[in-house]
Design a protein around this ligand. Structure first.
Ligand SMILES: Nc1nc2c(c(=O)[nH]1)N[C@H]1C(S)=C(S)[C@@H](COP(=O)(O)OP(=O)(O)OC[C@H]3O[C@@H](n4cnc5c(N)ncnc54)[C@H](O)[C@@H]3O)O[C@H]1N2
Ligand code: MOO
Length: 404
């Protein structure tokens, strides 16, 4: 606990993560559609990669022991990449290219820049170490080893590695299905005229963008009006089809909190005042057996609470065992002279200072100012009860690392 009836983010995360259910259903996809998915099973290497010794350079395959000073080696053959390599006749050289398989009997490759043409033959102008410029069979992957383990998120490099093994179809966990609700009678969708008292719905777009960026399937995306029966019906319907329901707004202390009332009546609910800023109110519960994450309504608080609380939960459900943003220690370029009992997540970015990289914070950190996050590239963390002077080391988490 963090004092002043505030709950620490770590305590809330422990509660939430203990209730996360890892997806078990899988689907098999063509390799080119697997970006961002998570491997459902270990991948055993079906055959060595590369499948045979091959040349790292354009040049000549030789037998090192054939080379003495000024020996002219006749060029007895040529192996282009993709051709079977054949054999090296002892005392000769075979013209070879980067990626060509090494002919039987050759033990080294001489780069063409280290040779001189002598009629139909070559001389070698530099010392040759046996084995040089040969990329060994299996140097990347050995048959039978585990190349990638279950729970690995598939990035472009994993797609390439799977391709290198000849794996054209991959079994991955299915997408996490998420229903998104914005709450509030004041919300109007962009494109409509704004009446007095109304504002445009912001969180809907932040949240659907975040969920798409982290590979979720959005099952519905609606606005809940401040009306109990409709809220109950919508939440129950969403619970039937989604793995997770995310709401924004209506978790503070106001009277129009029908999400809270419905969860208390039909499901379960834990409501915290978190010791973080922005993002004090946070709720987690369930309806119809489906978990519900209730984020605060303020737009910058939505972004921050999604990243620091929602995403660890989602990555866990997605079976992603690698998600652990570490951030980086950097010099602050800003000042915090009033310590807070809440851990602050300042919208910030790296900038080149006179003495190296510093982290600058957006001047207006109000949780209603989303421009802070568009100006920023990440979050600078100011620990509880701490002041910051320029040059102090703080931890910085880029948005791309947080979303990774
Ligand atoms: N008496 C107190 N008032 C407030 C407290 C408190 O502890 N005591 N906490 C403040 C903090 S911190 C936050 S954060 C907000 C959270 O309130 P709710 O989660 O209940 O959210 P709402 O009241 O529904 O909305 C807050 C704010 O955000 C705007 N909003 C909501 N949804 C959207 C949306 N989809 N797009 C754009 N903007 C949205 C809404 O109009 C409000 O301005 O409570 C503080 N108050
Ligand atoms: O915690 Mo609230 O999210 O500061 O505005």
């Amino acid at each position: 606990m963090a004092g002043q009836d505030l709950t620490s983010l770590d305590d809330a995360l422990t509660h939430i993560l203990a209730r996360a259910r890892v997806l078990t259903q899988t689907c098999t996809l063509p390799l080119h559609q697997t970006l961002g998915r998570v491997l459902a099973a270990d991948i055993a290497v079906p055959a060595d990669v590369p499948p045979a010794d091959n040349s790292a350079v354009d040049g000549y395959a030789v037998r090192a022991s054939d080379l003495t000073d000024h020996t002219v080696l006749p060029v007895s053959g040529r192996v282009a990449a993709g051709e079977p390599p054949g054999e090296l006749t002892p005392g000769t050289a075979v013209r070879i290219f980067t990626g060509s398989e090494i002919p039987a009997g050759a033990d080294s490759v001489v780069m063409q820049e280290r040779t001189q043409q002598q009629g139909d033959g070559i001389t070698v102008t530099a010392a040759v170490d046996t084995g040089q410029n040969i990329r060994r069979q299996g140097q990347d992957l050995k048959q039978g080893d585990t190349a990638l383990s279950a729970g690995t998120p598939i990035r472009p490099q994993e797609m390439g590695l799977l391709g290198s093994m000849g794996i054209g179809e991959v079994t991955v966990l299915r997408r996490l299905k998420v229903a998104v609700f914005s709450t509030g009678d004041e919300l109007v969708d962009p494109g409509q005229p704004l009446q007095p008292g109304q504002i445009y719905n912001t969180n809907r777009f932040t949240l659907t963008g975040l969920l798409e960026a982290v590979g979720c399937e959005i099952t519905r995306c609606d606005t809940l009006r401040d009306e109990r029966d409709a809220t109950r019906d919508s939440l129950l319907a969403a619970a039937e089809e989604a793995d997770l329901i995310i709401t924004s707004g209506g978790v503070s202390v106001g009277e129009e909190d029908h999400v809270r009332a419905v969860l208390e009546e039909k499901g379960e609910l834990s409501l915290w005042r978190l010791a973080i800023k922005p993002g004090k109110p946070l709720a987690f519960g369930a309806i119809g057996g489906t978990p519900v994450l209730g984020l605060p309504g303020n737009p910058a608080a939505v972004l921050v609470t999604f990243l620091v609380a929602g995403l660890p939960y989602i990555r866990h459900c997605q079976g992603n065992r690698r998600y652990r943003p570490l951030g980086e220690p950097l010099a602050a370029g800003f000042t915090v002279d009033k310590p807070s009992v809440r851990r602050e997540f300042l919208r910030a970015r790296k900038e080149a200072g006179a003495n190296g990289v510093v982290v600058e914070a957006y001047p207006n950190q109000s949780s209603g100012v989303l421009s802070s996050a568009c100006w920023g590239d990440g979050l600078a963390v100011v620990p509880e009860n701490t002041t910051v002077a320029p040059g102090d080391t703080i931890r910085y988490y880029s948005f791309s690392e947080l979303l990774g």
